[in-house]
Structure formats: C-alpha cells, structure tokens
Ligand binder design. Structure first.
Ligand SMILES: Nc1nc2c(c(=O)[nH]1)N[C@H]1C(S)=C(S)[C@@H](COP(=O)(O)OP(=O)(O)OC[C@H]3O[C@@H](n4cnc5c(=O)[nH]c(N)nc54)[C@H](O)[C@@H]3O)O[C@H]1N2
Ligand SMILES: Nc1nc2c(c(=O)[nH]1)N[C@H]1C(S)=C(S)[C@@H](COP(=O)(O)OP(=O)(O)OC[C@H]3O[C@@H](n4cnc5c(=O)[nH]c(N)nc54)[C@H](O)[C@@H]3O)O[C@H]1N2
Ligand code: SF4
Ligand SMILES: [Mo]
Length: 719
C-alpha cells in the first residue's frame, strides 16, 4: 500500500472503528476495480476504491459501493432449494448441498446415456469470471453446447479480432491517445470488459480529440468535437464511408498497408462503394461531418476506437467489428503506444486452455447447435440461443433435456422473452445458480446459492485482454453460499471427471498459475501482475492469422462461405426494409442503453441502486411526445410486432424524434408472486430472434434496431 493509502485507511479505521481492511477486486460488473473492504465485527461495513490500483485509481461506481447491500440482502438465497410444487408455483424446500449436487449429477448422466451429452446445456450470461470453469466441465462431459450471451456481446469482438488480427485490440489510455472515437459505447456508464470510465476521462482531460458515434446524446457525445448521430443499425455504412474518405484523400498509413495488410485492393474497391452521398442517405449523418470525423481520426495520432456492444447487437454484427478494425489498421493505430494494443497475458494457463476446448471430441463438436448455420460463432464455441429453445420446444435437430444456468437470467435478457419462457417451462430438468430467486430461477427444479465476489478467492480479470491479473480475496462467508467454481468442482467429481479437477478449487487457481511458478497462496501475497507490455509485435512476428497479416479480406470468412469483406446490410426491421410495417410501427426502437446502478436484470432489490432508477424508462423526443399525446413521466405502452410492454416516458431533446430508447431487463423483485412481473416491462418481449434476421456468421440478434409504436397507457380526457 502507498503511504497515502495507509494513512487514509488507518484514519478511516480509527474514526469509524473498523476492525480491518482487506484489499480485493470488485466484480459487481465485469470486474476490474481495486477496492478496500472495511470490516467491522466480522461484517463488510464499507467498500472504497483502492487508490493504488492501476485500473481505477481509487474511483468506484454506484454498483461497487452497493455491494454491501447485495451481500446482506434479506432475500438472498443462502442454501440450496428444490421446487416442490409445479413450475412457477414459488414452492421451495431447503435441501443439502449433497442432495442438490447428487440430483444434478444423476440427471446429467441419465440424459447423456439416453440422448447424448449434447442434450445437456450449461449456460451463463455476461462475463462473470466463471466462464472457463463452465466450458471446462461441459467439454469434459462431451456437450458442445454452452449457452452464453456471446452471440451478441463481446464474443463477436473476440472472434472477429482473432480472425482479423489475432487478438482483441485494446485502447491504450495509459499512453494518452490524442484522438478517441467512442462508437456504440458509453464507457463512463458501462465500464465494460477491459475498460473503466476513469482512464478514458483522464485521456480526455489531457486534451484528446473526441468523436462519438451514437444515436443518443450521451455525456461523451455532449463533450465531443464531432458527434455523429446516425440512424440505429447503419454503422457498417458509416465506417466504410469513413474508410473511403481516408483512402481517397490518401490519409492512410502506407507503410502499414504495404507490408502488413492482406486484401488491400479488394478492400479499396469495397470502400469505394460507399461514397459520402450514399452514406449520408443510409445513415442520416451529414456528409461534411462524416468527412470531418474521418480526417480527424486519420490524422490526429495515436488514436483509438472505444467500441461497444451496440454495434454487435445488429444483423451486421461481425461486419461492424471488422469495419472498425479496418479503420484501426489502415490508419496505423494497431499495436502502437496510445493506440490499439494487442496486449499479452501474464505467463499463466489462459482462459481458453483452462476451458479445455481440446477435450471435446470432433464428433461432439460437430453437433454444436447452430454450428453449421452460424459458422463464425460455432468455430468459437458460441451458440445462438434460439437454437436451444427450438431444441427444447421442437426437439430439432435433437432434444435438449436439461439446462443449467450459472449466472444468467435469460427470461429477462434474451431476445423474444415469450419463447424463452415457454422453453424454460417445457424443459425436463433445470438447475440455476444465482443470488436470488429470479424469474428464471423460479422455473428451475433446483437452485444453488452462489457466492458474491466478497465471498471468494479468485484471480480477477483472468479472462480479459488488457494483460492484468488481480487478487480477489475472500472476506466473508454467507450462509451456505459457494462460488460457482467450488460448486462446479464438486459436481465434476460426481460426473466422473474428478481427475481433471481438484480437491478444492484452490487447486484450480494453482493450475492457472503453474506456468508462472507460483501457487495461489504465494500469489495472493501480492495485489496484481501484468503480462509484458510490448508494441509493434507484428513487425517481427506478423499477425496471428492464416496469412500472418492483418486480414482486411478474411480468408476464414471466405472459407466458411461468407463475404470476406465488410458490407452494409439494411436492418431486417427498418423504415427502408419494411415500409408497410413502418406505417403501423412508425418509430425505431433501440433497447438496453446502460444505466449506472443496474447490471442488466440485477440490483433492482438494492435500496441504493433502485433509488437511482425507480421505474423502467423509455427516452423519447419532445416532438414525438407531442405527436403521440405523451407527457413527461407518464406510463406509456411500447408495442412491436411481437408484443406490448409498459414503461415511463422521459422526454429528452438528445434523441432523434424518429427514435425511442427503452431500458432492458426490468423485473420487480418487490412483486412477491413467483413471476415478479417478468413480462410487464421486459423489453425483450418486443425483440425478435428469428434466424433469418440474425447476423449470418455470428448469430447475433438485432436488439438495437426494431420498429415500434408508442402511446399513453391511460386514455386521455379531452383537453
Ligand atoms: N433488449 C436487450 N437485451 C439485452 C441487452 C440489451 O442491450 N438489450 N444486453 C445483452 C447483453 S450485452 C448481455 S451480456 C446479457 C446479460 O444477460 P445475463 O448475464 O443473463 O444478465 P444479468 O441480469 O446480468 O445476470 C443474470 C444473473 O446472474 C446472477 N449473478 C451475478 N453474479 C453471479 C455469480 O457470480 N454467480 C452466479 N451464479 N450468479 C451470478 C445475478 O443475480 C442475475 O440474476 O443481456 C443481454 N440482453
Ligand atoms: N451499469 C451497467 N454497466 C454495464 C452493464 C449494465 O447493464 N449496467 N452491462 C455490461 C455489459 S454485459 C455490456 S455488453 C456493456 C455494454 O456497454 P456499452 O458498450 O457501453 O453499451 P450500451 O450502454 O448498451 O450502449 C452504448 C451506446 O450505444 C448506443 N446505440 C444504440 N444503438 C446504436 C447503433 O445502432 N449504433 C451505434 N453506434 N450506437 C448505438 C446507445 O445509445 C448507447 O449510448 O456494459 C456492461 N456494463
Ligand atoms: S465499475 Fe465494476 S468493478 Fe468498478 S466499482 Fe463498478 S461494479 Fe465494481
Ligand atoms: Mo454484454
């Protein structure tokens, strides 16, 4: 600890009478921030940011602060339960861990014997640092089906970057980029994946130019030098239009393009299909602004593109990613200080190795649901959720009999929630591991009580691409709660794969650390390590792709039968692609822009975070409100061709009058019936998951650009 921190922590302890302070690593989101956990009489009393941590420099968000309210929440599940009434009856009985794990193991083995290992689907949602353990148990079991959010979140960034330049290029804020492009991302609110808002803000304070590509006026957009308020879902056209300007005006990095790029000539030809007048017509962004942004990004160096999930939740998911990487590459911003860096991990067994993907036989891998249709996703062990719902509901191409969700609430978070709910009602056996009885858990047969980050030892940020590995230290034990890693470790022994696991999961941490030559007990004496930070690695080794170059033209996509170059496709449900539907559903709906206090469906029961956002909110322009007779703050109905929900209207001039933006994952833990109002305000009742409307390579569902109508819930008295 630094002297400052010692004295600060010591003062806190003296004034407030804390007994001790533990340095740890928050994971109320994807994790990252170093924290000081103050303990009094054996309880977590307060969480503060750790000023010594290079990820967050002492800052903390509302979710991190509210961890104490999660840990001690009275509704938390603190022992395993089994359902004793019909599904959704809310009738549960306490059982022992032995009975719970024995039952789950018995079902897994029974279904494997009768229907094949592929009939058992394990799943998680977003990154919780349990992913590698879940893949490990599934791969050794022989099931190729792990259901994640990877088809439309982060999985696309990982898979497209691996095939394009070998690894995910991360913005190097430490070395002060001079130009930052925030594209479909709101980093100061979402702090996602490998990023925190604090270093981004520091780089801005240091004078970086800022370009923001977002249909909404976010905080960053309000501060931007250029804000490109595009029509939702038109990102590939915009990116290719910018590439075209950069090429035509010869602003690209000739040395990089000549030596390190595969497919320059066809890429130039493709970009030429996007002259500014066409791009303006598609995106709605004035051509001068597009040109200004292109020139700024190509000439003010080093520059980074802070890319987010909004570009992935589209029918052009993979092409959006690849078009943005093309911009990074041709401007010479890849693997340079202050640019976009291909960081190395420390010397450990990485998440892919720990996930034991090689243990899955080719024969079983070939059975991956949707693997033939969504080949980019299939190649990276990612599946499209509808494939699982269909396998349950229609038993096609084979029956799925068992689901085991470890940290996911698919009823709230996957597209076409009505279908998700039906599949979960029908599946023969379902286990869930969670903190609470969520709308998804209420449909399970067995629910296991999961430990929060304050209740486990772990190697924080193990899966990330910024190269850091941080120490998470167990502070408290709550009831019988156990970490996902511990429960999977015990389950593994019961299904005959004990030889690949350990007596306790501490052995798993030792296994990860073994190449570094330390055990967990030794590692945890320090706070963090980082892999070697080096730049321009491609100059010696090339890129880790089939051609050893950065593949603007993807040889793998070509092999799998896709267009090897990025191209724009109109969203499947848009004013342009469906004019007749647009007459009935006149607004473009975007869903899911992040709220500070919530993490998807989480934290609605925590007083501090719920106070920040009491009700579900849809943002609309005042002109739209006037046209539809909607007043600020009133409950409105949002309707799409798939269904209706209710949210409260918030009027803002920071959105185009033709666009509305609704919050996602809303349920109401305070509604004590077992459904907890799961369908009332759940925007995924409105979203579409049909195969033909997904990204053809990645299987991403287009939840960022739909058509909807909006009207007041109350019939208004004549004015
Ligand atoms: N319409 C729309 N839908 C979306 C999105 C959108 O923008 N719009 N975003 C999508 C994206 S990007 C994602 S990643 C998904 C996320 O989808 P999910 O991951 O399914 O969503 P969460 O609500 O974050 O998490 C589910 C549950 O995990 C539990 N949990 C948290 N930590 C742990 C843990 O360590 N162990 C265990 N066992 N349980 C834990 C929580 O209590 C919570 O109930 O949602 C997607 N859904
Ligand atoms: N507080 C909080 N933090 C979170 C989460 C959370 O639920 N709450 N979820 C976590 C997860 S799993 C993820 S994936 C990340 C996501 O974090 P981000 O990548 O930051 O994603 P969002 O905030 O959902 O969306 C970013 C912006 O995209 C804009 N947008 C919408 N449609 C389009 C479009 O078509 N094109 C473009 N260019 N922009 C568009 C929205 O207006 C929004 O401002 O956040 C993570 N962090
Ligand atoms: S940004 Fe994430 S890791 Fe940091 S304090 Fe908030 S929840 Fe915790
Ligand atoms: Mo996500």
């Amino acid at each position: 600890m630094s002297e400052f921190q010692y004295s600060n922590a010591a003062r806190e302890m003296e004034v407030y009478g804390y007994d001790s302070v533990v340095k740890s690593h928050c994971r109320m989101c994807h994790g990252g921030c170093g924290v000081l956990v103050y303990v009094k009489e054996g309880r977590v009393a307060k969480i503060a940011g750790d000023p010594d941590c290079p990820i967050n420099h002492g800052t903390l968000c509302s979710k991190g602060l509210a961890s104490t309210q999660l840990v001690y929440h009275p509704d938390r599940l603190t022992h395993p339960v089994k359902r004793i009434g019909p599904k959704g009856s809310g009738q549960w009985e306490r059982i022992s861990w032995n009975e719970a794990l024995d039952t789950i193991a018995e079902r897994m083995l029974r279904y494997k014997a009768e229907f094949g290992a592929e009939s058992v689907v394990l799943g998680y949602g977003t990154g919780r640092e349990n992913e590698a353990a879940i893949y490990r148990i599934s791969n050794y079991f022989g099931s190729p089906n792990v259901l994640t959010a990877g088809h439309f979140c982060y999985g696309p960034r990982i898979s497209t970057s691996i095939i394009t330049c070998g690894s995910n290029p991360i913005a190097d804020y430490e070395n002060n980029p001079k130009c930052i492009v925030v594209w479909g991302n709101n980093v100061v609110i979402s702090n996602p994946d490998c990023y925190k808002g604090e270093p981004f803000s520091q780089a801005l304070n240091a004078g970086a130019k800022l370009i923001v590509v977002d249909p909404r006026l976010t905080r960053a957009a309000a501060r931007a030098d250029v804000w490109l308020q595009l029509r939702p879902g038109t990102d590939t056209a915009l990116a290719l239009g910018m590439a075209n300007v950069i090429i035509q005006e010869k602003l690209y990095d000739k040395e990089f393009v000549d030596h390190y790029v595969h497919g320059w000539a066809p890429f130039v030809e493709r970009a030429a299909e996007y002259p500014l007048e066409r791009v303006e017509a598609i995106t709605g962004v004035p051509r001068e602004k597009i040109a200004e942004a292109a020139r700024l990004y190509a000439t003010v160096k080093p520059g980074v593109i802070q890319w987010g999930v909004a570009i992935e939740q589209q029918v052009t998911c993979a092409d959006n990613n690849r078009a943005l990487m093309a911009l990074m590459g041709i401007t010479g911003n890849l693997d340079v200080p202050g640019g976009q860096v291909l960081f190395k991990t420390a010397k450990i067994r990485n998440a892919a190795e720990f996930g034991a993907h090689k243990a899955l036989s080719k024969e079983q891998e070939a059975k991956r649901l949707g693997g033939e249709r969504f080949r980019l996703a299939g190649h990276f062990a990612i599946i499209n959720p509808k494939c699982v719902w269909d396998a349950i509901l229609e038993e096609k191409p084979y029956p799925v009999k068992m689901l085991f969700f470890i940290s996911s609430n698919p009823v709230m978070t996957r597209a076409n929630a009505g279908e998700v709910y039906r599949a979960l009602e029908k599946v023969e056996f379902m286990a869930v591991a969670d903190f609470f009885l969520t709308p998804t858990a209420e449909l399970a047969d067995i629910v296991l009580p999961a430990a929060t980050w304050l209740e486990m030892d772990y190697l924080g940020d193990f899966w990330k691409r910024h190269g850091w590995l941080l120490t998470r230290r167990k502070v408290v034990q709550i009831g019988e709660c156990r970490s996902d890693h511990e429960m999977l470790n015990d389950l593994a022994h019961r299904i005959g794969q004990g030889e690949h696991w350990w007596d306790t999961f501490e052995g798993g941490l030792d296994h990860i650390l073994e190449p570094m030559g330390v055990t967990w007990q030794e590692f945890k004496k320090q706070d963090r390590v980082r892999g070697p930070v080096t730049y321009y690695k491609y100059k010696e080794k090339g890129f880790s792709t089939p051609t050893r170059k950065m593949e603007l033209y993807s040889t793998l996509l070509e092999k799998w039968g896709y267009d090897p170059l990025p191209q724009y496709r109109e969203p499947p449900e848009s004013p342009v692609s469906q004019p007749a539907l647009h007459e009935k559903f006149p607004y473009i709906l975007i869903t899911g822009a992040r709220q500070p206090g919530f993490f998807h469906a989480e934290n609605r029961q925590l007083p501090w975070t719920r106070e920040l956002h009491r009700d579900p909110v849809v943002e609309i322009h005042p002109d739209t409100a006037a046209a539809e007779g909607i007043e600020d703050g009133e409950w409105v109905v949002l309707e799409s061709p798939r269904g209706k929900i209710r949210q409260r209207a918030k009027l803002t001039a920071g959105i185009d009058p033709r666009v509305v933006s609704a919050q996602h994952a809303w349920w109401f833990p305070e509604k004590r019936d077992s459904g907890h109002g799961w369908a009332e305000s759940n925007v995924n009742i409105l979203t579409d998951n049909s195969y033909e409307n997904c990204d053809p390579a990645m299987g991403a569902t287009h939840i960022r650009s739909l058509l909807c109508k909006i009207y007041p819930e109350e019939t208004r008295r004549p004015r």
